[in-house]
Design a protein around this ligand. Structure first.
Ligand code: CTP
Ligand code: CA
Length: 224
């Protein structure tokens, strides 16, 4: 019923949403990750579905329930998320990268199996390599008519950093939100954000539920 009552301004559009954290395994028992729960991305995906879109979700290890028509591709690592997103992106009209992709992966323990802590001595043998930037890769192969929305999590200089990411990653819009507080960002039911687009539009959204913010993101992004 809710879907029947919503505006259908995304009818016939393909929407790709990435959400959740990624996990970068060091050994059979340990991984590097972040506190993302996927809630903001799940709200964006649901809002797109309500507005008539055909939705594909690429989800890190989190559990959200979606309507049957929503296609969900479950992934674990940043490399798997990269592969899934780049496969779906060419046939999408909108891409919304809400995932908190790990920027670094530990080089896996060479022995295979589980690393024993006694073998570590003072420090575990941890070295990291950078992951590939999925959003930037999508921006690099973006075709005319495709609309790419990135997110941006910052503790400082929110707007300046967001503008930089918008240009660098060739996005059409960036939703920038402050992190490091309990009432917004990671895992919180509500969020605060600044929306920026490539044409210089800028809107500030006060503390509102992520369900409402998802609708605002679409209001901001859908061009007639
Ligand atoms: N992102 C991505 N692939 C990565 C890292 C980030 O697709 N390997 C995307 C995120 O999904 C988000 C945007 O890039 O949409 C910005 O992520 P953010 O972590 O704020 O910025 P980074 O470019 O990773 O820079 P930093 O973490 O150093 O601020
Ligand atoms: Ca990052």
């Amino acid at each position: 019923l809710l879907r029947a009552l919503s505006p259908k301004d995304l009818a016939g559009k393909h929407v790709l949403v990435s959400l959740g954290p990624t996990r970068e395994y060091f050994d059979a028992a340990r991984f590097w990750s972040n506190p993302s729960t996927g809630r903001m991305g799940a709200c964006v995906a649901m809002a797109a579905w309500l507005r008539g879109a055909e939705v594909t979700v690429v989800a890190g290890p989190v559990s959200w329930w979606f309507p049957e028509e929503v296609r969900v591709i479950g992934v674990t690592s940043a490399a798997q998320m990269h592969e899934a997103c780049l496969e779906v992106w060419p046939s999408s009209d909108y891409g919304v990268m809400a995932a908190a992709v790990a920027d670094f992966s530990p080089i896996p323990f060479e022995g295979g199996g589980k690393f024993k802590k006694e073998a570590a001595g003072e420090r575990p043998p941890l070295e990291f390599t950078p992951t590939r930037d999925i959003l930037a890769a999508m921006g690099g192969v973006k075709k005319p008519g495709q609309y790419l929305i990135g997110f941006c999590a910052e503790t400082d200089n929110l707007v300046d950093n967001a503008r930089g990411k918008l240009t660098r990653k060739r996005c059409d819009a960036i939703i920038a939100n402050p992190i490091g507080r309990s009432d917004a960002g990671f895992a919180a039911p509500s969020n605060e954000a600044v929306a920026l687009d490539a044409d210089g539009r800028q809107e500030t959204w006060g503390n509102i539920p992520k369900t409402d913010m998802a609708m605002k993101i679409w209001d901001f992004s859908i061009r007639s």
